[in-house]
Design a protein around this ligand. Structure first.
Ligand code: 16G
Length: 252
């Protein structure tokens, strides 16, 4: 039986070298579900024959798709479609933690600890956290995953006074702060588009330069004291941030 990949109407064209046209063709077929996550693509030889292309062209397109994280190459058994992230819808009006957000959606989450400890603060941390004298800063850096899928890298800074032992956090920073009566009740968040740097891209399993969201959260105690200054990089293909807007009163 002919593979469904070859039932489409040939390369999309659009100019550029043939391997790039093939790359777009395969990425489009995967997006449309012609080949699903976890399924193997036909062999290089079959694709070359099916689409009347040279094997060099097919190999180049496949290598590029592996580099971009669309395909996973398995030695000896070919190329498979990489797991596709489910997009997560995240409200911008609730102050929730990552663990709570994911639990609400029934998603299993875990973290890979990249760093946690007490450090002399940077000038930015001193100002934002309002540190005084010789106060140190607790840094908590995590790769946050749902199953095998990396979703975000979070770099949280908290004053030593509010988080004297970062090693004691079990899974949730907010639950840990809550046990000491220091859970934030309000936060400001700033979001901007960035392209992923090489190191972050490797952790998030995306191509270097892939689009991502840089989110900076400063959160506060009821007293107005800053609890947390967190900078996160969220994969651009996994999150939709959603905000409810209301008609404001017109200023006179
Ligand atoms: C969220 C927050 C982050 C906070 C973390 C605590 C954003 C962009 N960031 O991911 O600032 O530190 O939750 O999560 O929403 P945890 O309690 O599960 O450790």
């Amino acid at each position: 039986m002919r593979h469904p990949l070859f039932e489409r109407c040939g390369l999309p064209g659009g100019g550029g070298p043939l391997y790039l046209q093939l790359q777009r063709y395969l990425a489009g077929a995967i997006r449309e579900g012609v080949v699903s996550a976890g399924e193997a693509l036909p062999s290089e030889r079959d694709i070359a024959a099916g689409l009347a292309l040279s094997r060099v062209t097919v190999r180049k397109a496949m290598e590029q798709l592996v580099r971009e994280g669309v395909l996973v190459g398995r030695r000896g058994s070919g190329n498979y479609v990489a797991p596709q992230p489910h997009r997560v819808e995240q409200s911008l009006s609730q102050l929730t933690s990552f663990t709570e957000d994911m639990a609400r959606r029934g998603m299993e989450v875990h973290a890979r600890w990249l760093d946690r400890g007490l450090y002399p603060p940077s000038p930015e941390e001193t100002i934002v956290l309002g540190l005084t004298g010789t106060e140190r800063v607790a840094r908590v850096v995590r790769l946050r995953l749902s199953g095998e899928m990396p979703l975000a890298i979070e770099r949280a800074s908290v004053s030593e006074r509010l988080l004297p032992d970062p090693e004691a956090i079990e899974t949730s920073l907010y639950s840990h702060l809550e046990t000491g009566g220091n859970r934030p009740v309000r936060a400001n968040q700033r979001i901007r588009a960035v392209s992923t740097g090489d190191d972050d891209a490797a952790l998030l399993q995306v191509a270097p330069g892939a689009p991502a969201l840089h989110i900076e959260r400063t959160s506060y105690l009821p007293s107005g004291r800053v609890v947390e200054f967190t900078r996160s990089i969220y994969r651009g293909d996994t999150y939709d941030f959603v905000a409810e807007l209301r008609l404001g009163k017109k200023e006179r």
